[in-house]
Design a protein around this ligand. Sequence first.
Ligand SMILES: [Zn+2]
Length: 283
Amino acid sequence: MHRAIISGNAVPHYSSAMHWIDVGTNLTHDSFDRDRSAVIERARGQRVLQMIVTGASVAGSVAAVELARLHPGTLFATAGVHPHHAAQLGVSDLAALRALLTRPEVVAAGECGLDYHRDLSPRELQLRAFEWQLRLAADTGKPVFLHQRDAHQDFLAVLREHRRTLTAAVAHCFTAGERELEDYLALGLSIGITGWLCDERRGAHLHALLPRIPAARLLLETDAPYLLPRDLRPKPKSRRNEPMYLPHVAAALAAARSETLEQCAAYTSANARAFFALPAPLS
Ligand SMILES: [Zn+2]
């Protein structure tokens, strides 16, 4: 019944004042090499007026900053090293990461955290890279874009130790359960919601949890090109997700919380602007 507020499956219609901010897009991904500018324009056409490009490695963060510089006021970047790539982060890279974090286009540290689901980097190196990045975030005063999978206890222990030094932090792509949510909210984290919500097999449990999250803590992200909302109709020919589908994710969030799309747009955009200290969007 969570589709009650919007009619049918079409992209919802909304007033021109409404707009959205996608706080997690991987727009440097090579699947966007052919048509990156068109992807950004399509997003803007759906009133997704600002997007934050996730940096997941040092080189990827440099690329994210370069892309953001080409689209001032519309694209912003994060600078960090994903736990998958933690083994590649050495002490000698920290100066470069710190320099990136002081750039005006860079609005957060990360994506950083722990991923024991795939264990692509040894856990002790994941922990080391995570702590380094939290210290850089604290030193530069930037909020943190956090990734956690199957590592809740260690993640929580590290965060508890550093939380008071951090200006703000978001648990990006939240897909976990009640206990993790309670722990995150107790630590004052924001919660990033993706199209995982639109997957009736994997995301059903989230619908009951969403009304319990204070509106001020919610942020929206597509994680494009990953996590194409499973219930999009018509289904795009490619499996590639795009920031233009953010309002579709928002519609699922709004329905789960018994809100209107306008309300959802207003608070999620205000939250993103405050969290990442974004300027007003160009409309
Ligand atoms: Zn992630």
